[in-house]
Design a protein around this ligand. Structure first.
Ligand code: PMV
Length: 337
């Protein structure tokens, strides 16, 4: 057992959103979700179990990580060590090629890459489903980034225990539904309210929390059917509705991720649709807007969005593959240590 592995994972964007967790431990989502894994953005994470290291360490984009990020990584590494009988501490080096912690799903790709890297570095021969379940215990959306294409994560059991298992699964392959996702980056600053706090506040304080929890599973099923029927307009409309319903319930609890630029992009999309371009929005726990278009409309929609003042840059993404190990030849990049 080498004790080292490097994994690459992509973020995913939920078309039908999860927002809210079941009470109790395990980070079980309260509603089902369906996401698309994004090529064009990636996280690359090296894990080395090192007998000479006194404590776990985490270097994130070249900087020692915050105490909170390290604590979450240690929690995961402890689970992997317990499963593998590994006693050594780990050196973890992780890099994103997109803005971190600003609502661009860095926790999804980050924990997917860290989970796969740690499991393999510890010599565990687990399949993607088991790794997805472990990733979910660190970040529910990370469970989906283990897989490529269009991926579903069910709601957790109503009263979950640590022993309950919940993995994501593939609904349709990358090539099944032609789609371009224009990630409109409106700011590179870290978000003010993390998603865990934002969703907990929403469930505790929002007058619309019950409506969200009742409606989200219905939207999810309709979106899943539309995706399998290859109905682009219905997928776009339902994805935008899911994001707006999630944010409406959050905003009513004072959890506001949007900025003026977010609203400007939403109205630009209405104008695009009025001119015949089927372009739809989805928005996660941050100010950025991810625009869903058919491949043939991507150039025209991108041109209109690039011309807007509040959009700093646009990252073009298409459905991508799941988390995987880097090539054996570049398993541990010495320059990143
Ligand atoms: O699991 P987290 O903490 O990354 O929360 C994800 C929440 C959303 O991105 C807003 C929705 C989703 O289903 O990914």
């Amino acid at each position: 057992m080498s004790g080292a592995a490097t994994a690459i994972a992509h973020p995913n964007v939920a078309l039908s959103k999860y927002w809210g967790k079941r009470a109790g431990s395990g980070r079980f989502p309260a509603v089902p979700s369906l996401s698309v894994t994004l090529s064009g953005l990636s996280t690359r994470t090296s894990v080395v179990f090192d007998g000479s290291a006194a404590a776990d360490s985490l270097l994130l984009n070249g900087q020692p990580s915050s105490f909170g990020d390290l604590a979450r990584a240690v929690e995961l590494l402890d689970r992997v060590r317990a499963a593998a009988g590994e006693v050594r501490r780990a050196r973890v080096v992780s890099r994103n090629d997109f803005p971190t912690a600003s609502g661009l799903a860095s926790s999804a790709s980050g924990f997917a890459a860290l989970t796969l890297g740690a499991v393999r570095a510890a010599g565990l021969d687990w399949d993607a489903s088991r790794i997805s379940d472990l990733a979910r215990r660190s970040s529910a959306s990370a469970a989906r980034s283990l897989f490529g294409g269009f991926v579903e994560l069910d709601a957790g059991p109503v009263a979950p225990t640590e022993d309950d298992v919940l993995s994501a699964r593939v609904v349709a392959a990358e090539s099944a539904f032609p789609l371009v996702i224009l990630v409109c980056v409106t700011t590179a600053k870290p978000k003010a309210i993390g998603s865990a706090d934002g969703m907990a506040t929403t469930l505790a304080m929002s007058p619309y929390a019950a409506a969200w929890l009742a409606e989200a599973p219905r939207m999810h099923l309709r979106l899943r059917d539309a995706l399998l029927a290859r109905d682009f307009v219905s997928v776009g409309e339902l994805a935008e509705s899911s994001a707006l319903a999630m944010h409406a319930s959050a905003i009513a609890a004072g959890v506001i991720y949007w900025t003026g630029a977010t609203l400007d992009v939403l109205s630009a999309l209405r104008a695009l649709r009025a001119s015949g371009v089927a372009a739809y929005a989805t928005i996660d726990a941050g100010p950025h807007v991810k625009v869903l278009v058919r491949p043939g409309d991507a150039a025209q929609a991108g041109q209109a969005l690039r011309a807007m003042g509040g959009v700093e840059r646009i990252i073009d993404a298409v459905p991508g593959e799941g988390a995987r190990l880097a090539q054996a030849s570049d398993q541990v990049d010495e320059s990143e240590r």
